[in-house]
Design a protein around this ligand. Structure first.
Ligand SMILES: CC(C)(COP(=O)(O)OP(=O)(O)OC[C@H]1O[C@@H](n2cnc3c(N)ncnc32)[C@H](O)[C@@H]1OP(=O)(O)O)[C@@H](O)C(=O)NCCC(=O)NCCS
Length: 82
């Protein structure tokens, strides 16, 4: 499964909502999509805030970079769902 276009309302960014969303997402996916073993996303290497949010929420950096985006290299991250 892939995750894309995560966005928290600008007025509420930096309050821990994104991190908490990612933490809750794992349980939600385990319950509603039990056949998926993991979830992937890509995040722009310049987007330090989003990278931290995903890491704290439970995603791991795979160490691979996706180089096909229009805005520069992106980290490939994944979270186990099993
Ligand atoms: C990235 C995003 C989803 C994170 O959600 P959030 O609720 O703002 O993040 P959290 O409050 O859980 O904080 C996670 C880290 O990101 C940092 N952060 C959040 N917004 C930031 C911003 N605009 N600039 C720099 N750092 C930011 C936080 O400070 C925190 O790090 P810290 O505790 O070391 O300071 C949210 O900021 C967002 O929607 N950003 C715009 C869209 C975007 O970049 N989406 C990701 C595309 S892959």
């Amino acid at each position: 499964m892939g995750l894309r276009a995560v966005c928290i309302d600008e007025k509420f960014q930096g309050k821990g909502i994104g991190t908490e969303f990612i933490r809750l997402l794992k349980r939600y996916l385990q319950k509603h999509f039990p056949s998926f073993p993991m979830i992937y996303l890509t995040v722009n290497c310049k987007n330090i805030g989003a990278f931290k949010c995903y890491k704290r929420g439970g995603f791991a950096d795979t160490g691979f970079l996706y180089l096909g985006g229009e805005y520069g290299p992106q980290h490939v991250m994944r979270m186990e769902l099993k």
